[in-house]
Design a protein around this ligand. Structure first.
Ligand SMILES: *Cc1c(COP(=O)(O)O)cnc(C)c1O
Length: 487
């Protein structure tokens, strides 16, 4: 046999040069992160730059150095900038320097953290155990780090459905003679719950949206009525999704009442805490979030209020065996052994849909060690106090009106002058938000509450300082006045 003629690989041809470039990249990014606070909070991308990102597929290679120069020229200046202290849009975390470094280290080791006897498996298990402690879940519960809240929610709802419908559900699916299964959530629930219910074959029509009170919290009396009606109609209620921190207004569904209702009707109690579950570390909110730790399952994000770089979320399931029964499957090529590389802990694909998994546990492990629970408690509480501060400033400022109760770290407000119609106010505030973005002052997002277009400020930002918030409120009034005078 003659060996294949060429021996080709993707390693650097010149390691010292590659190392120098890597060091430069890291140094550049540290400089960028250090200075980003002084930059505009957002910048419009010029058409020419977008045009360059529509090139044909490269057939031959080019030096990394050149590609990096292109990255610095075309990508970095037009970043989304949720790393900026004046970023308050949607629910998006800032990321940390430690997260950056940990992701770099994780990429270097590059383990597939699913199966086998290797230390990343144990780092992952440690990170998950700490997540249980953070949430007050028992040590014997099971959990998984996943890509985010959406994946965490669908994982939990899969276990909820399978557990409620019995052991042969995986084999048989929904039978024609089965009653319709129903799931309950509030009208404020995140859209990923609807997607999950659709994918799980339950059907959007059978996701009951229970009305909320004037604080946007689920009305538990209405929940009971909805369950009773479904039972009377011959349906099969299986699960209630309570939200700890709604995406619109940071509202908290009544955990204790929902827990008791689930007990009474034998329903699975799931908490979507993607945004707000970690808020239990703020003593001001601990009481209202009590009973969350008694849920059958909980989904929460670490790329939001743990400020970790994308992506990482966590799902916890109280009953490990039920979790396992929903996903465990061992094909011949995934068998583990007592010794050797395929030894080690139980393969993690027995607890979720995803097989290949990156080493996202490293940033969780490193960050929890570096900051301690104390560090997170302090910053989360700070973000909540900052939202209250913005609400207070806006409330005391002529021309600004807080539209929903400030809950957790979300403030929904608008510019408003008496005599304005809702249509005028909505148009003015939409334009106000665009100008705020385009002038690079701050990046809130928007929502609509009862027909009112609101500027929505959500602070899951470890870099925001009081002066940023004062500047935001000043800019809101300034641009608002400018627009008001021109109509
Ligand atoms: C962000 C969020 C989600 C979705 O989480 P992803 O990490 O974006 O997938 C679900 N529910 C709530 C309440 C959220 O805030």
């Amino acid at each position: 046999m003659t060996p294949p003629p060429t021996e080709y690989d993707f390693d650097p041809t010149d390691w010292p040069t590659a190392t120098a470039l890597g060091q430069r990249m890291l140094a550049d990014m540290m400089t960028y992160l250090e200075g980003v606070s002084d930059e505009a909070s957002w910048q419009q991308i010029p058409e020419t730059v977008k045009e360059r990102m529509r090139a044909p597929l490269p057939q031959t290679g080019q030096p990394l150095e050149e590609i990096y120069a292109e990255f610095l020229r075309d990508v970095v200046p037009y970043n989304k900038k949720n790393i900026h202290p004046a970023f308050y849009a949607w629910v998006q975390g800032t990321g940390t320097v430690t997260g950056l470094l940990a992701d770099m280290l994780a990429s270097a080791l590059n383990p597939n953290v699913t199966i086998g006897e290797h230390m990343p498996m144990y780092v992952d298990a440690q990170a998950v155990d700490w997540c249980k402690e953070l949430m007050g879940f028992p040590a014997k519960a099971s959990g998984m780090l996943v890509s985010g809240g959406s994946m965490a929610n669908i994982t939990a709802l899969t276990v909820a459905r399978n557990s409620q419908l019995g052991t042969d559900f995986r084999e048989e699916g929904f039978g024609a003679d089965m009653p319709r299964t129903t799931v309950y959530c509030s009208t404020e629930t995140h859209s990923c719950v609807q997607k999950a219910v659709e994918i799980l074959g339950i059907g959007n029509r059978y996701l009951r949206r229970v009305p909320v009170n004037d604080r946007y919290e689920m009305d538990h009396e209405a929940l009971i009525r909805a369950i009773e009606e479904d039972i009377a109609a011959g349906h099969r209620p299986i699960c209630v999704v309570a939200t700890a921190g709604t995406v619109n207004t940071g509202a908290i569904d009544p955990m204790e009442a929902i827990f008791n209702i689930c007990r009474r009707y034998g329903l699975w109690f799931h908490v979507d805490g993607a945004y707000g579950a970690l808020c239990r570390l703020d003593p001001v909110y601990a009481d209202r979030l009590a009973y969350m730790e008694r849920a059958d399952s909980i989904a929460f994000d670490l790329h939001k209020w743990m400020y970790l770089p994308y992506e990482v979320g966590c799902v916890l399931i109280r009953d490990r065996e039920l979790h396992r029964r929903s996903f465990a499957l061992t094909p011949a090529y995934l068998q583990s052994s007592d010794r050797g590389l395929a030894g080690g802990p139980e393969p993690l694909n027995n607890y979720g849909f995803e097989l290949s998994r990156g080493f996202k546990a490293l940033k969780v492990w490193m960050s929890l060690k570096e900051n301690g629970v104390e560090g997170y408690a302090r910053l989360i509480a700070q973000n909540n106090r900052q939202a209250e501060y913005v609400g207070g400033l806006a409330g005391a400022t002529e021309g600004l009106v807080v539209v929903a109760p400030v809950s957790m770290s979300i403030v929904c407000l608008r510019y408003f002058r008496s005599g304005m119609t809702q249509l005028e106010s909505n148009a003015l505030n939409q334009e106000l938000l665009l100008r705020l973005h385009e002038r690079g002052i701050a990046s809130p997002s928007s929502t609509v509450l009862g027909g009112i277009f609101c500027i929505r400020i959500c602070i899951v930002n470890h870099k925001t300082k009081n002066r940023d918030l004062v500047r935001l409120v000043e800019a809101l009034v300034e641009i608002g006045n400018e627009l008001y005078r021109s109509v």
